[in-house]
Design a protein around this ligand. Structure first.
Ligand SMILES: [Mn+2]
Length: 341
């Protein structure tokens, strides 16, 4: 929240945001998503635009980047603009900082309202920011409820699916630690209102591209279990990825490695250029990946972190990771023993 309230922009309640949005059913409104759009930013923006349009408005969803293929089921039948409209008021959904506006970064000062749940970043408009919300979709849900109860606005059925997709996306299908009892209560309401929960779960969490399947296949082929079954590691060289038709950067199997029964840490290594290896790491059981990766000049979160290893071949990169995580796993084991005793 640090920067949020120190500047000229106001922190708004959902009620105040609803009042602003209720006033947007006349005239043009652009609802803007962040770069590299995900289900939360698009679902939130689509929901707001659909409510405004259902009540006589002229709202469009705008994103500086293209919608990724796996999210096309969500934007079906809606034109996502790549430019802002002249004279339209501007609202952002799930955008934490001006830089996340991408091509519209310079227009950041022209926004009327920001709806967000990050709580880190830099406000560029009066905003509703709720770090306790699992997704921007939760904020949008509460605002839509106020638009219905206090402004008598109509809500088309698709809105409930958009918001459900937003929340399902940011919570990893209600599995991540950001999921609260309130998240489930909202999801239940969305379900009752007709959200297409099965189709959303399938498209967001089960579907894989052929490229992802190729990467998974290579990742499983190259998998090794180390440290007495506590460390699962895989790696891919540039020629291997090329031979399997895996595009640059699409090999990231740390989550798959972590999912092996009994494993504390999953590591995925990919050669990004000859002699340079990018490591992506995921931990269960409280081992601190960020601390281990920091030893290699990288960083991230406790459960998910990364680093880059230079001047090594595959054996060297694997040995470095096995050594560092082997130590972390051994320390973790002895800490645990002490606590148990
Ligand atoms: Mn989000």
């Amino acid at each position: 929240m640090a920067k949020m309230n120190e500047n000229e922009y106001k922190s708004l309640t959902e009620r105040e945001a609803a009042e602003i949005l209720a006033g947007m059913t006349a005239g043009r409104v652009d609802i803007v998503s962040h770069t590299s759009p995900d289900a939360d930013t698009l679902g939130s923006a689509l929901a707001l635009a659909a409510v405004i349009n259902e009540n006589g408005g002229d709202a469009e969803v705008v994103c500086s980047d293209r919608v990724p293929e796996y999210l096309c089921f969500l934007t079906e039948g809606v034109c996502i603009r790549s430019t802002l409209r002249e004279g339209a008021r501007r609202v952002s959904a799930d955008v934490a900082s001006p830089s996340q506006l991408g091509a519209f970064e310079r227009d950041a000062g022209t926004f009327s309202l920001m709806l967000d749940h990050h709580g880190t970043g830099e406000a560029f408009a009066d905003n509703v920011t709720e770090p306790g919300a699992a997704a921007c979709g939760e904020v949008v849900f509460r605002i839509v409820e106020i638009l219905v109860s206090e402004y008598g606005m109509r809500v088309p059925r698709c809105v409930y699916s958009y918001i459900y997709a937003a929340i399902s996306g940011d919570t990893g299908s209600f599995r991540f630690s950001n999921t609260t009892a309130e998240t489930h209560r909202i999801a239940a309401r969305l379900h009752e209102e007709g959200a297409d929960t099965v189709r959303i779960a399938h498209n967001l969490h089960a579907v894989k591209t052929l490229g992802e399947i190729a990467a998974l296949k290579l990742g499983l082929t190259n998998m090794k279990l180390l440290c007495g079954g506590r460390l699962a590691m895989t790696s891919a060289t540039l020629p291997e990825m090329k031979a399997c038709g895996i595009k640059d950067g699409d090999f990231s199997e740390a989550d798959e490695m972590r999912s092996v029964l009994g494993v504390y840490v999953g590591v995925s290594l990919r050669e990004s250029e000859p002699g340079v290896w990018r490591a992506s790491t995921r931990a269960n059981n409280g081992i601190d990946c960020a601390a281990v990766c920091a030893g290699f000049g990288g960083g991230g979160h406790r459960e998910a972190a990364g680093c880059t290893l230079r001047g090594v071949d595959r054996d060297g990169a694997e040995a470095a990771m096995a050594e560092a995580f082997g130590r972390a796993i051994a320390e973790f084991g002895s800490d645990k023993k002490e606590k148990d005793e």
